[in-house]
Design a protein around this ligand. Structure first.
Ligand SMILES: [Zn+2]
Length: 418
């Protein structure tokens, strides 16, 4: 996965999780999905109609909130001449914070990772995020070919969803020759039939899989040795042959065979990303173990190296749970940083009330700002040309990154001078 992919996926996932946690007091949160070919003025017209419809809402507060949200979406849309290439998603609404009356009007504009096909406007008590979650799940396409000597089936797999492209029957005569036929002649006929069958399957496979621009890999399946014969022969084109990532034994061909492949390959597919993550962390561990001077870890050190432009690859643990809290003394203005887990904020705030300022001694410390450390580092990395990799805890290496290195590590471009 490229650095940009890893980051945009991570950011979108985070945004969706945040949005999923938001709930309106009434039916007043707006979700708007605009396909790329939809004209902005058409969307505006639709929103004017929705604004009119909203005037029928009985609750005064809900009515006001919905109409305000629609106005806000309209303002936001005015910034676009046309929707972006993959379309546009806007979420807007009054989010309650504490007691009634403390709602805050919030608006989020997203560019989806895949093209939006259907225009969608909804006003509900929550945001409609499912299409975006779907896009996240279905990012990668795998090709599946299940084959035996009688039949073959060609399918694609996106997330958990399979799509059958084509089915074939072999036309190969059975193993037992008819009476009166010579054994050699029978064998020749059979070989020619197998060759024809493989060629036919390969022609369609080459044609159909080559059209899939984001084809991540191909999985071959089937009962018996036919799949290996097919793989070893010169049937598939070179590019596709390189993409074969596994050969899986199945009990069936047909759709049931594809289902078997899907079932058996889930771990394998997860393993692909895990493999990438392992390699990245292992590279860091190599630099560290061989004392090349190119390994950097921990919040302070990595931040310093990032600011100096020394970091080539930045490794951040997806599970990094740290808040960067800045406190300031109201008397003398002295500022201090602290890192704490999210769950520790309330206690920290409580303790702050009775703490004295390290400079002037007054108990007048207050929290100036809090930021998620992970977000902060993602932001810093994006401003520079760092290869950022967000690492899960699905591997031993990923757990090690989190537990032994504070969830933050870097591989440097060159040795720092000091
Ligand atoms: Zn002070």
């Amino acid at each position: 996965m490229s650095s940009a992919d890893s980051v945009s996926r991570f950011k979108l996932k985070r945004t969706l999780e945040t949005l999923a946690s938001k709930e309106g007091r009434g039916t007043e949160l707006i979700s708007l999905y605009v396909p790329p070919d939809r004209r902005i003025h058409e969307v505006m017209t639709n929103l004017r109609e929705e604004y009119g419809t909203a005037s029928n809402i009985k609750s005064r507060v809900t009515r006001k909130n919905v109409q305000e949200a629609i106005e806000k979406v309209q303002q936001r849309l005015k910034l676009f001449k046309n929707p972006p290439p993959k379309g546009l998603v806007i979420f807007c609404g009054a989010i309650p914070y504490g007691a009634p009356g403390n709602e805050k009007m919030e608006i989020y504009t997203l560019e989806p990772p895949e093209k939006i096909n259907v225009y969608f406007y909804r006003c509900d008590s929550h945001f409609h995020l499912e299409p975006l979650f779907d896009m996240m799940r279905e990012k990668e396409t795998y090709g599946v070919l299940v084959i035996d000597s009688n039949e073959a089936i060609l399918a694609t797999l996106r997330g958990q969803r399979m799509n059958v492209l084509k089915e074939f029957t072999s036309g190969i005569p059975g193993k037992h020759r008819a009476g009166g036929q010579s054994a050699r002649r029978f064998e020749r006929i059979r070989e020619a039939a197998v060759n024809d069958y493989f060629k036919r399957v390969a022609r369609h496979t080459n044609e159909m899989f080559s059209q899939i621009t984001d084809l991540r890999g191909i999985i071959l399946g089937g009962p018996g040795p036919t799949k290996y014969d097919f793989e070893e022969g010169e049937y598939l084109n070179y590019v596709l042959k390189q993409k074969i990532m596994a050969t899986i034994d199945t009990s069936y061909v047909s759709e049931r065979g594809v289902e078997e492949v899907v079932e058996k390959s889930q771990d394998l597919l997860k393993g692909v990303r895990y493999m990438e993550e392992k390699k990245i962390v292992q590279k860091f561990l190599y630099e560290l173990g061989h004392e090349t001077g190119l390994a950097s870890y921990g919040e302070t050190q990595v931040r310093k190296h990032l600011n100096a432009g020394l970091v080539d690859t930045l490794l951040l643990s997806e599970k990094l749970d740290r808040l960067h809290v800045l406190t300031k003394c109201k008397t003398c203005g002295d500022a201090e940083d602290a890192l704490l887990p999210h769950s520790g904020l309330a206690k920290f705030e409580q303790e702050l009330l009775s703490r004295q300022c390290r400079k002037c001694g007054n108990p007048t410390l207050a929290i100036e700002s809090t930021q998620n450390l992970l977000d902060e580092f993602v932001e810093i990395a994006e401003k520079s040309s760092v290869n950022l990799q967000v690492i899960s805890t699905g591997t031993e290496e990923g757990i090690m990154l989190l537990e032994s290195f504070g969830g933050i590590a870097g591989i440097l471009r060159y040795r720092p001078s000091s």
